[in-house]
Design a protein around this ligand. Sequence first.
Ligand code: M6R
Length: 608
Amino acid sequence: MCGIVGYIGSNDALPVLINGLRKLEYRGYDSAGIATIMNNELNIVKTKGRLSDLEEKLNGMNLGKSTIGIGHTRWATHGAPSDLNSHPHTNMSKTIAVVHNGIIENYIELKEELQNKGYKFASETDTEVIAHLADMYYNGDLIDTLIKVISRLKGSYAIGMISNEHPEDFVAVRKDSPLIVGLGTGENFIASDIPAILEHTRKIYLLEDNEIVHLTKSGVTICDINKNKITKEIFNVEWDVEAAEKGGYEHFMLKEMNEQPKVVHDTIAQRIINGKINFENFSVNRDTIKDINKIFIVACGSAYHAGMVGKYLIEHLAEIPVEVDIASEFRYRNPIVDEKTLIIIISQSGETADTLAALREAKKRNGKILAIVNVVGSSIAREADDVIYTWAGPEIAVASTKAYTTQLSIMYLLSTYFAELKGKITTNEAKKLVDELLDIPEKLKSVMSRASEIKELGSKYYKERDIFFLGRGLDYMVAMEGSLKLKEISYIHSEAYAAGELKHGTIALIEQGTVVFALATQEALFEKMLSNIKEVKARGASIIAIAQEGNEQLKDIADHVFYIPKIEDKLASILTVVPLQMFAYYCATIKGCDVDKPRNLAKSVTVE
Ligand code: M6R
């Protein structure tokens, strides 16, 4: 769970590395470091802390111009954040430097073997074995050395390696951790993610596992572990560098929340052709839908919450039974999957370790895999049988907002699509839903335009210790997402409850002044929800209700009602979640929390 960047060319490598790392800080930010080569010597500068700490350290030094370098931003797994545990790591004679993202699972045995041979370790990291193995196998050829090194590694890795004996070239490889190659003119790059190098090039190679890359300033060659040359297609990045930056907003999260009307529009509208839902190159069609008799939706975090909404919709509209699983549970619970099972894997990053492992588990059991993914070319996208991209653009803030609402958008499209294919809704009903879907972006804009109303609630309640979120049906699923958002960025303890479940225990926690969000957008469940609201109100709770415009009944009982525009109940979640995202955002900013990089969290969880 780290970010890697590498450069070779004629320009000064240092600013390229630092700017690249800045774009990768979302992948980890507890330490940072760089290695460059000057006068045939390796310069390593690294530090615990943020990238700004590394910059400060570098400012006090005069490294001089180097035209080759690797950089790293870390999120600790083995060994606490510290200067010594920061990357790059080197062999003992400091002739080889490596940066690594992933986990070397057999590092303890490798470490013992190396120590027995006299290698001394400077850090507690798993990565350091890579540097010493490289030393052991080095024969003057970096590619040979890297191939021998990775033949000893178990686990996941993206590795960049330079040596002072090779100031004109460097090597890299990946397995189960992301790594891309950027192709410039007279300069070339590696990085964990595209935004890191987008200001330099839009031409990218998306690497597959165990492809060995050799970079010089004038070219890039790729081979397999037997040194057979591999020819790859160039992927042209079409989105703008601006898209990965804050664009004037104070935080990425705020920017990303505000992008929701646009990205939801992109995700939905481009899939509606002549009033009909169309998924390009999707193998589930009128003929093949009969081959699916069960669906699993598997994901983590917010993506899991989107999956819960998906279950509700697919079961209601298409009448196919759906189970939703947390990926880390699914992979170990002997799920009953066969060739008639469709496994829908949802992931923003497409790199979440548990989700990827669940995909592989389902594949082993002959399930058919559909990935709903944001990051193009990510591992999950590559390994699935079918992919539907969410087209949310890069999501940098750790707290997922626009990725979640685009995941919901795909769930709306998919459930309607399945329902129509199975003849469970008429063409007219499908058309009505499609028309409603096309109206969502405007409704989202209208919700966003009332941010100040939510900001006021944030300033009133940001000091609370516990906040509860209640809902029934689809509202309960959104309650879970609202609660997660609040916890992760504002550190306020919160719980989401199916409102009917409250009186089976949790209501004991409600006392005078306890803040309760009551989501009440579902007409069919409204009366029941109203009773639950009255129950907590009677015990002294302060109620913030969310309801559809026109609902007058809540006005008297709630302390505040936030109205979302009128919408078909089945589609309300995408609007209901927005005030909850904003509430979490304002509580966190008013408290002075680091909204985009909340403590203990990283954007992409590529370890188990
Ligand atoms: O990249 P993924 O969608 O697979 O990530 C899954 C979760 O880690 C992610 O949704 C996480 O829960 C977010 N921080 C929530 O805001």
